[in-house]
Design a protein around this ligand. Structure first.
Ligand SMILES: [Zn+2]
Length: 253
């Protein structure tokens, strides 16, 4: 049985382009992706999008970040509803891999209550440290729900068969990770925020806000290397690229 990826859009955000590409002016609207990976050993989520409260009270949920990001998010677009439309019960998801702890990646964690979360140790520790919580704009309400947490260091092969492997791509946040999924058609890398846009990688153009510039640059160089070796990259928040990614219930092929 093959591994399948289903791409889901859990809302859109609009911000200054400089948030994505430092120094550039203008506005950009971009998707908030989450992915369901169907593996013979279980269903795995990669990120959970925004919290449903953002549909009617974004400021109440994300606070000062609402000044930087305006939220376009309607009922039916949250992770639980997206999964329902695939006939998947969110409460039965066993594995949730979080790329990092930002609100647009962990907002729906609460809706996936019985999953074990797989996250880099550095990221989880940062999410428990007041100084890092503040510096990275984390909100514990997004990820502090008593899930079983598996903290990993670097690459982690979820089922030991090379099909779903976490790739450390630090820099955007202290312990950011991307995900490599081996489809029958080849390797796909879900970059998440290690690489917002195609242009980020082409021009090695970093965003305005970065936890560690050197680490983030090294992560981009790693993604380039994997791409050169044949992997297909799915960028974290690229609206143009995303328009060509088949959306659930279609699978990515
Ligand atoms: Zn993001």
């Amino acid at each position: 049985m093959a591994v399948k990826i289903y791409a889901m859009t859990c809302g859109w955000l609009t911000s200054d382009v400089s948030m994505m590409l430092a120094g550039k002016s203008g506005k950009i609207s971009f998707p908030v992706p989450a992915y369901l990976i169907d593996h013979p050993r279980g269903k795995v989520l990669f990120d959970t999008g925004l919290h449903p409260q953002c549909q009617h009270d974004a400021r109440g949920r994300i606070g000062f970040l609402a000044d930087l990001f305006s939220v376009q998010f309607r009922p039916g677009e949250d992770i639980k509803s997206r999964l329902e439309s695939l006939d998947v019960d969110a409460s039965k998801i066993e594995f949730l891999i979080n790329s990092h702890l930002h609100f647009d990646h962990t907002g729906g964690n609460e809706l996936v209550p019985n999953a074990k979360i797989i996250i880099q140790k550095k990221e989880w520790e940062a999410g428990k440290t007041p100084e890092f919580i503040k510096a990275n704009g984390y909100a514990q309400a997004d990820y502090d729900h008593g899930h079983l947490i598996q903290q990993v260091n670097g690459e982690h092969d979820l089922f030991g068969d090379g099909r779903i492997v976490t790739i450390p791509t630090f820099g955007h946040t202290p312990g950011h990770q991307s995900l490599k999924v081996r489809l029958d058609s080849g390797d796909v890398i879900l970059t998440a925020d290690a690489c917002y846009l195609k242009e980020t990688l082409t021009n090695l153009h970093l965003p305005h806000l970065v936890h560690n510039r050197t680490e983030m640059m090294n992560s981009l160089l790693l993604l380039r290397k994997l791409q050169k070796a044949g992997a297909r990259l799915i960028y974290g928040h690229d609206p143009e690229f995303w328009s060509q990614v088949p959306q659930a219930p279609k699978e990515m092929s």
